[in-house]
Design a binder for this molecule. Structure first.
Ligand code: F6P
Length: 343
């Protein structure tokens, strides 16, 4: 078979490890592999090149994606879905492996349901908000980067008796905030799933100071919502082709409000795209490699319309539609465990 592969949406540590695995396993199983550049944009344009053992060597540990990526949605382009079909036919593609999050896989799911395009998805996102998989690759690396940052902020917070607010990514899910906050010993973790009251956060910080502690660490997810607010803070930017606004700004708001209300000097650190850059952790390299190899197995079995996923320690396939029905949000039990350590 001739297998196509693409990476779509935000880049994510581990993408190259998946590409490498698809090529190694795919060629071993007798297939040839075409890499499409820049996500669905490259598919629509017929922009691809041959992926080989040679040109995918030495990329396992590298961040980013050798294929490039974009947030292009063929269903938002006039005749886009038809162009995808024509281009895949012209390139002789028998099966396509899109590596992406809810947007990229949403396109894949529609192409399967509406046009019977043979696709097998691989779940990628630092946000870990894709359902029907215990983890997406990239998440663990983002959490490690955020945890390292919190550790460093701890020592400077302590030296200056400051409140440090750390804003992390995650879109509308609090996974990165919760995991890095727990790992970094945060005094408050604010996530989209739990609208928060600023005065309560300030009370917690005051109580810490009364009990002799002179600094505090607050981890806030970019999508966290103040109680009573219409939605999360954003820069008022235009929505992308998938209808997402660019989130961010809650950290700055909190820095000002906490300082004003408590009188304690506060500083904000917005980790931003640092969380997505650089080398993947060993865990993510292994998960990405397993996902890539399993995607080729799914192609061999002609299990199209599915996504490879992690269940406990096993890799399975689930229908893409099921994975995308609802986002995977932080569960109450986990948050309650984290809360025990607040303040
Ligand atoms: O989905 C991954 C993610 O990094 C989110 O956490 C964040 O909201 C968004 O992408 C940022 O997107 P962009 O790269 O377009 O700024």
């Amino acid at each position: 078979m001739r297998i196509g592969v693409l990476t779509g949406g935000g880049d994510c540590p581990g993408l190259n490890a998946v590409i490498r695995a698809v090529v190694r396993k795919g060629t071993r199983d007798g297939h040839s592999i075409a890499g499409f550049r820049n996500g669905w944009a490259g598919v629509m344009e017929g922009n691809s090149f041959e992926l080989t053992h040679e040109n995918t060597s030495g990329i396992l540990h590298r961040g980013g994606t050798i294929l490039g990526t974009s947030r292009t949605n063929p269903f938002k382009v006039d005749g886009g879905a038809d162009r995808v079909k024509t281009s895949l036919e012209a390139a002789g593609i028998d099966a396509l492996i899109p590596i992406g999050g809810e947007d990229t896989l949403g396109v894949a799911g529609r192409l399967w349901v509406e046009a019977r395009q043979p696709v097998v998805g691989v779940p990628k996102t630092i946000d870990n908000d894709l359902d029907k998989t215990d983890f997406t690759f990239g998440f663990q690396t983002a959490v490690q980067i955020a945890t390292d940052a919190i550790d460093r902020l701890h020592t400077t917070a302590e030296s200056h008796n400051r409140v440090m607010v750390v804003e992390v990514m995650g879109r509308h899910a609090g996974w990165i905030a919760l995991y890095s906050g727990m790992a970094g010993g945060a005094d408050a973790i604010l996530i989209p799933e739990r609208p928060f009251d600023v005065e309560e956060v300030c009370d917690r910080i005051r109580r810490r100071h009364v009990s002799g502690r002179t600094f505090s660490i607050v981890v806030v997810a970019e999508g966290a919502v103040k109680a009573g607010a219409d939605g999360p803070s954003d820069g008022g930017t235009d929505v992308d082709e998938f209808g997402h606004v660019r989130l961010g700004g809650i950290g700055v708001e909190l820095e000002h409000e906490i300082e004003e209300r408590t009188g304690f000097e506060s500083r904000v650190t917005i980790l931003g795209h640092v969380q997505r850059g650089g080398t993947p952790t060993a865990y993510d390299r292994v998960l990405a490699t397993r996902f890539g190899a399993a995607a080729v197995d799914a192609v061999n079995a002609e299990a199209f319309g599915t996504m490879v996923s992690l269940h406990g320690t096993a890799i399975r396939q689930v229908p893409i539609e099921e994975a995308l029905a609802e986002p995977k949000l932080v569960d109450t039990e986990l948050f309650e465990t984290a809360e025990v350590f607040f303040g």
